[in-house]
Design a protein. Structure first.
Length: 152
């Protein structure tokens, strides 16, 4: 049985060759040895693949006709297409251009201003991030450190 990525068109050159940039996210029922590092146990892995096959109780992953992974079916909890494959990640310079205070320590004045805005009802992390020149996740983390937001 062969499953291919849904909603993805691949230009097939020769048998097994593919131009698709795709990946699958596998979650496991328990910790499993990382296929690339025997010292690491993981609950999930992302494998670059454009095809899945099932054979003899195993899930096999393939990329352009090359076998790239094999996992016993009894340890797999879920298999999902992974969306951010091939997306360009921002460089640190690009991030700093968008968030000029990224990585800088928080000053007591910044904390006081953040607390005041939060107490006045401002809860939009994007808005707060723009005001402080920081990523929204940094605002959320700082509020959690100050005891005002939960990271859970």
């Amino acid at each position: 049985m062969i499953y291919r990525m849904p909603n993805v068109t691949a230009r097939m050159a020769a048998m097994g060759d593919s131009t698709v940039r795709a990946a699958f996210r596998l979650t496991f029922t328990d910790y499993y040895q990382d296929p690339n590092d025997s010292d690491v146990l993981r609950r999930a892995v992302t494998i670059h693949a454009d095809r899945i096959t099932f054979d003899d109780g195993h899930l096999n992953l393939w990329l352009a006709g090359t076998h790239v992974g094999e996992f016993p079916l009894d340890i797999i909890e879920s298999v999902c297409p992974h969306d951010d494959v091939g997306k360009k990640r921002e460089t640190p310079e690009e991030l700093r251009a968008r968030f000029p205070r990224m990585g800088h320590p928080w000053s007591p004045e910044d904390d006081a201003r953040l607390l005041a805005l939060y107490q006045q009802g401002e809860r939009d992390f994007d808005t707060l991030g723009k005001q402080f020149g920081r990523k929204p996740s940094a605002i959320r983390s700082r509020l959690a450190k100050l005891g005002l937001e939960s990271l859970a």
